[in-house]
Design a protein around this ligand. Structure first.
Ligand code: GAL
Ligand code: ZN
Length: 697
């Protein structure tokens, strides 16, 4: 078969729409006796999985000594998988360099903030910016590509594994210091420009030459860091990660073309590495998700069900990056690395699988097949237990989901347009890693939580029943009837003009607190506070306030009271705005906290407060829809109803059952009208069913 010419064609080729979503599992043949491989692979198939994921940590087995490759064992497992009809996902094993490599070239080991060189013994201890490391990577990736890049049994590739240093980033090794300086030189050309953009007149921080600069390291500073330097370092670091993934992609592509897809499994909530930067390199964007690991999360059962807005937000972010996304690792049961590792709620694993389905995922893969008997992940459940054969509760839920997906394939209408009432609610949330870094670099209140601020708006949108895309700045805003830019702190004139045009042309624009305060360098405007957005929102911002915990202030909106403490902008509106919320207490009681105005054929709403629970956000987003005369649902938080491929999917991650809005003439496909805790109900409306199924109705 000849290679599809483009990534877009490859997407259809690799992920035929009729397959809807495919389930897979991680397997580590290198860690189990070869005599057990046939049994394990056969059981993986029997449980209903359709692909197996291999090799992301297997470098020491693939290249046991320098330049001597051993693929015999992997060939055998690929053959066993193919015999069972399982597709194979192979990985580049670059998060886990063998000991011979780091022994011979210790300069490839990363250096942490305390100046300590990391050692062999876990993973992600090598620095991808060290040219010597890249040359080792180059060889192993070429060898894998040569061996498997045209192998039709291999479906796709994962590069590396959760590319990061697991919280120890950035690396401070000499190669990184050089790389940062080179990046700065390219960006600024002359040191005067850097001094200006970093505000280096402050505290006499002026540099004379680029070679005087080091990557900002809080461990090396007695006082607060320079936020402009930090922001550039974050840009540089994320850029190097993206460049490294592009480097590996480039090698593999020479063998695979687009016959096999390429991705990496990003950590979705971890902002140091930015998946958006590789959206054009990959055929599919994938990510890892562990909803339950001891955080209280939201609601009485959050610690067993996870926070559905996290899965929803991440899926809604990954999907629009290039149109294809999948979850590469979904928690199969109890994990071992949280501070507390409770049992997920019965049925929660299946709930997550089908929530991922509702976000449009092309695949869900789970980590891992067998519970390990040794190593750092003891106690981590798998699809089968420590005996290697008995399915766990999570394993049985994967099986159940596999059967249900098979049933859905028979009746879905892939590619069908969404029902009009649903499409009219389509919203986008604008999300920028740079903005997030800058907010987190200087929060002004330790309780300010940028991710949580975004999630409050995602939850508000799911409560009105809106489909949501979480989009980056380069996307076309006009595709969305509703656009929310939460706390979009860094702006320029061009972005503000795009927002203005969006609203004038009929868009419903919502901006929230902290938006527009700074330029792209992270500097304040030499003008009134947040001056660039004043004309747009129809108000100036008199000042903002923030309160220490446990103090709470209140705003009132339409007779409802909402607590807040982290951020409140006190607004000074002009005549053509309407006030939606006012401060109920504090020295500025009675002043506006949220306003709205018509602009051209659309409207602009500014919500200046970050409420504690998100209740204000939920109320005001509902109000935005009402003013736009778009009909909404009124779902409880954590109960979501989504549409995909002609199917309605209700998922319940709350602590009580809820009725799904199933019309009387609908066909029930999965579950019941009353959706129990952790339950899922899927139905089809008559007009979306394929014609052949209409016969005899
Ligand atoms: C992931 C990681 C896997 C495994 C898993 C355990 O973050 O990518 O390799 O460690 O956690 O839950
Ligand atoms: Zn480094």
């Amino acid at each position: 078969m000849s290679a599809p010419p483009s990534a877009a064609a490859a997407a259809l080729y690799s992920f035929p729409p009729a397959d809807l979503m495919t389930l897979g599992v991680y397997y580590y043949p290198e860690a189990w006796p070869a005599a057990q491989w046939p049994r394990d692979i056969a059981n993986i198939r029997k449980l209903g999985f359709e692909f197996v994921h291999l090799g992301e940590f297997a470098w020491a087995f693939l290249e046991p000594t320098e330049g001597a490759f051993d693929f015999a064992w992997l060939d055998r497992v690929v053959a066993l998988a193919a015999e069972q009809g399982l597709k194979v996902v192979l990985c580049t094993p670059t998060p886990a360099p063998p000991v011979w490599l780091t022994e011979k070239s210790p300069e490839v080991l990363m250096v942490d903030a305390a100046g300590r060189r990391q050692r062999h013994g876990t993973r992600q201890h090598a620095c991808w910016n060290v040219p010597r490391y890249r040359s080792y990577v180059d060889k192993i990736v070429h060898a894998l590509g040569r061996r498997y890049g045209a192998d039709t049994r291999v479906w796709g590739w994962q590069l590396d594994n959760e590319l990061t240093h697991y919280g120890k980033e950035p690396c401070f090794c000499d190669a990184c210091q050089d790389s940062f300086r080179a990046w700065l030189k390219t960006k600024y050309a002359d040191i005067g420009a850097l001094n200006r953009d970093w505000g280096n007149a402050f505290w006499s921080q002026l540099y004379q030459r680029f070679d005087q600069i080091r990557i900002p390291n809080v461990q090396e500073f007695p006082a607060q860091f320079n936020p402009h330097a930090m922001l550039d370092a974050q840009r540089w670091f994320a850029g190097t990660a993206a460049d490294y993934l592009r480097f590996q992609t480039g090698i593999l592509r020479t063998y695979t073309g687009h016959r096999q897809w390429i991705t990496s499994n990003h950590i979705h909530h971890f902002p140091a590495v930015n998946p958006a930067l590789n959206a054009r390199d990959f055929d599919v964007v994938s990510w890892t998700l562990y909803p339950v690991h001891g955080n209280a999360n939201r609601g009485p059962l959050g610690f067993r069900l996870g926070d559905p807005s996290v899965l929803g937000f991440a899926g809604d972010f990954m999907r629009p990056l290039n149109g294809q996304h999948g979850i590469m690792e979904l928690q199969p049961g109890q994990v071992n690395w949280g501070e507390v590792n409770p049992q997920p709620y019965p049925g929660a694993v299946r709930l997550w699988i089908l929530q991922a389905f509702a976000t449009g995922a092309k695949f869900v893969c789970t980590y891992r097949y067998r519970q390990p008997l040794s190593g750092a992940e003891l106690y981590h459940q798998g699809i089968v237990g420590p005996d290697g054969v008995t399915p766990t509760a999570g394993g049985m839920q994967f099986s159940q989901a596999a059967r249900e997906l098979a049933g859905l394939r028979a009746v879905a209408t892939p590619g069908a347009p969404p029902p009009p009432a649903y499409a009219r609610r389509q919203a986008a949330i604008l999300y920028s890693y740079e903005v997030r870094w800058d907010l987190d670099n200087h929060k002004q209140n330790k309780d300010w939580d940028t991710y949580e601020h975004l999630l409050k708006y995602h939850r508000a949108l799911k409560r009105v029943g809106a489909p949501v895309d979480v989009i980056t700045e380069e996307k076309d805003f006009s595709a969305y009837p509703f656009l929310i830019a939460p706390a979009h702190q860094l702006v320029d004139a061009a972005l503000v003009a795009r927002w203005q045009a969006y609203a004038e042309n009929g868009g419903q624009l919502v901006l929230t607190c902290r938006t527009g305060q700074k330029d792209r360098r992270g500097q304040l405007w030499e003008a009134a506070w947040a001056a660039p957005i004043h004309d747009l929102i129809g108000a100036s911002i008199a000042f903002y306030d923030t309160l220490p915990s446990p103090h709470r202030a209140h705003v009132s909106a339409g007779g409802e009271s909402h607590a807040w403490s982290t951020w409140g902008d006190v607004l000074a509106p002009r005549a053509d705005t309407e006030t939606l919320a006012t401060y109920a207490d504090q020295p500025y009681a009675g002043e506006p906290a949220a306003i709205t105005r018509r602009l051209g054929r659309g409207a602009v709403t500014y919500i200046g407060v970050d409420s504690t629970s998100g209740s204000l956000e939920a109320q005001l987003i509902r109000e935005v829809y009402a003013r736009a005369a778009v009909a909404t649902e009124n779902f409880p938080e954590g109960f979501s109803v989504d549409w995909r491929d002609g199917l309605w999917i209700a998922t319940n991650a709350t602590e009580q059952s809820h009725a799904a809005p199933v019309p009387a003439n609908a066909t029930m496909l999965v579950g019941t009208r009353e959706v129990p805790i952790a339950g899922v109900t899927i139905w089809q409306e008559p007009e979306t069913r394929p014609k052949m199924h209409r016969k005899g109705e």
